[in-house]
Design a binder for this molecule. Structure first.
Ligand code: AMP
Ligand code: TRP
Length: 326
């Protein structure tokens, strides 16, 4: 089984990214051959300061390692180091429809009908499809917000297979977790936790210190009925805290509800602070060890080489099927 996923090199990688995606990346290493990409070509769909982008690429690589991705066993690499992504992206763009791309909610949210929306934001899902199809991936671990993009990837793969032969592309499947797949903002549990929200209290970043973790959880928005119960509709704040607690600890929501029955929100929050700090402080330590090491740079070089070998094989097949080249 081949596994592929990617994270954009931006700052503020948060516990939503960790619980929805990165934790799956680590676990899947025991089940298949894993390829994890730092998708810098995706990051430039909105203008990025070049020096900052360079740093964020290494930040994400170091975080991959810090959360438990084995840089020797899995392939970890930077997207722009493998030219096949951009090439296949164009080919898939030509097999995608403007109608389906216009229906992507991430595009609609970001573009808001503005005429000066960068075109890259519009064709972003074709680049994501290229990432996945380039490696014949079977499984793509992601958070719930990527469901629509995975569906589109499958549609494009099936469309091309129907035209050019069933074995042109492997049709991938998304993998989503039960808890953690959609972590909400701590200060506004009706919005998704995001890297770009202005309020620092909306998220816990993986490198936040213990004080910040505590502050964000203790101040998180709840409700006034005082009952610890999972009910997304009526109690989004408490439901989000229970979900995060469950994802960090492995305890089921039901067991948490039973354990905290009759107790106050303060107790739940205090315990969650402890659970989060215990999970995040070792990640912070490992990150500090590897971020500026030669080991990290060597791993990315080796990753690029291994990824490129697989990508080139796919591209030969794809160019052939499409009749491209001399
Ligand atoms: P990105 O930072 O957009 O590259 O996202 C990296 C991964 O984190 C993707 O698999 C997303 O689906 C996942 N992700 C992002 N935000 C959240 C969230 N709030 N809850 C759960 N997963 C998320
Ligand atoms: N679009 C994804 C996100 O914003 C990142 C991504 C790019 C990705 N290419 C991918 C995820 C391929 C999985 C597979 O989160």
């Amino acid at each position: 089984m081949r596994v592929f996923s990617g994270v954009q090199p931006t700052g503020n990688i948060h516990i939503g990214n960790y619980l929805g995606a990165l934790k799956q990346f680590v676990a899947l290493q025991d089940e298949g051959d894993c390829i994890y990409c730092i998708v810098d070509l995706h990051a430039i769909t909105l203008p990025k300061e070049p020096k900052e982008l360079k740093n964020h690429i290494l930040d994400v690589a170091a975080l991959y390692s810090a959360v438990g991705i084995d840089l020797k066993k899995s392939i970890v690499f930077v997207q722009s180091d493998v030219p096949g992504h951009a090439e296949l992206s164009w080919i898939l763009t030509c097999s995608s429809y403007t109608g389906e791309l216009s229906r992507m909610t991430q595009f609609k949210d970001k573009a808001k009908g503005d005429e000066s929306t960068p075109t890259g934001l519009f064709v972003y899902p074709a680049l994501m499809a290229a990432d996945i199809l380039l490696y014949d991936a079977d499984i793509v671990p992601v958070g719930n917000d990527q469901k629509q993009h995975i569906e589109l990837t499958r549609d494009i793969a099936i469309r091309i297979n129907n035209r050019l032969g069933d074995d042109t592309f492997v049709v991938p499947a998304g993998r989503f977790l039960k808890e953690g797949a959609r972590v909400m903002a701590l200060d506004d549990p009706t919005a998704k936790m995001s890297k770009s929200a202005e309020s620092e209290m909306s998220r816990i970043s993986l490198l936040d210190d213990d004080g910040k973790i505590k502050k964000a959880i203790m101040r998180s928005t709840t409700d006034s009925d005082g009952e610890i119960r999972y009910d997304i509709e009526n109690k989004p704040g408490i439901s989000n805290l229970l979900s995060i607690y469950s994802a960090f600890s492995g305890r089921s929501i039901e067991s948490l509800e039973q354990g905290y029955a009759g107790q106050g929100y303060g107790t739940l929050k205090k315990d969650l602070v402890e659970v989060a700090v215990d999970a995040l402080s070792p990640i912070r330590d490992r990150y500090a060890e590897i971020r500026h090491s030669g080991e990290l740079k060597a791993a990315l070089e080796d990753g690029a080489e291994r990824a490129n070998a697989i990508a080139e094989r796919t591209m030969k097949r794809v160019r052939e099927r499409f009749g491209l080249g001399r």
